[in-house]
Design a protein around this ligand. Structure first.
Ligand SMILES: [Zn+2]
Length: 217
């Protein structure tokens, strides 16, 4: 039994290692091609938190009130929204004032804005994982502006900081902040270490992009 296991696993693990090396090489080449200058989002394990208790969370009341209103509005709005007037089958259409029309509209907006975050602020501007022409950049930055999660420059700087100094005080989404790490992060002030380490990142690629700097104004 034992002998059989070794004959099966040995070549398999060798093959896996081979595949792993190939994949790593491919990723390396891919990174070198697309983002030769961007290294600021790679984890730096040399940075560690200083000893001592973490500073108290400072609430941002403006954002807390805005978020509360937004969520109460969303909760209250949907079930009691006046249903579409009953219309003869021949004239059924999705009007912007009907509930399905409105929710479809918001659905579309939501998909668009998601794209602005995922494809724009995250993959394009934080990680430089692809290049694209101006028209798509304009679409992505408009979609991103509608999400109102800070501008692209600030979001990308925070996100690079998150990757580089992950799970330290300099990580804006440090999981030790509990509710305020990924959900409520806009409701409290950033830890001073986020500003300190984030301020030292090389952001020259974004500073050179007129569109990103235009949105930041
Ligand atoms: Zn990322």
């Amino acid at each position: 039994m034992a002998a059989r296991t070794t004959t099966i696993t040995k070549p398999l693990s060798g093959e896996l290692k081979n595949e792993g090396e190939k994949l790593e090489k491919l990723l390396q080449q891919w990174e070198e091609d697309i983002r030769p200058e961007m290294r600021e989002d790679i984890h730096d394990p040399s940075y560690q938190d200083e000893e001592g208790p973490p500073p108290k969370l400072e609430y941002v009341w403006r954002n807390i009130i805005l978020m509360a209103l937004l969520h109460v509005g969303a909760l209250g709005g949907s079930p009691w929204f006046p249903p579409a007037r009953s219309t003869p089958a021949s004239s059924v259409s999705l009007s912007w004032t009907s509930a399905p029309g409105l929710s479809l509209f918001f659905n579309e907006v939501h998909s668009g804005t998601d794209l602005g975050m995922a494809a724009g602020a995250h993959l394009l501007w934080s990680h430089r994982t692809y290049k694209t022409r101006l028209p798509l950049q304009i679409f992505l930055i408009i979609a991103n502006t509608m999400v109102s999660q800070n501008d692209v420059y600030e979001w990308a700087r925070d996100h690079r900081t998150q990757h580089k100094f992950s799970e330290t005080h300099a990580d804006p989404h440090n999981s030790r902040r509990g509710f305020f790490s990924h959900v409520g992060w806009l409701l409290v002030r950033k830890h001073p270490a986020v500003k300190e380490k984030g301020g030292k990142l090389d952001m020259s690629d974004l500073k050179a992009e007129k569109l990103v700097m235009f949105q930041r104004r």
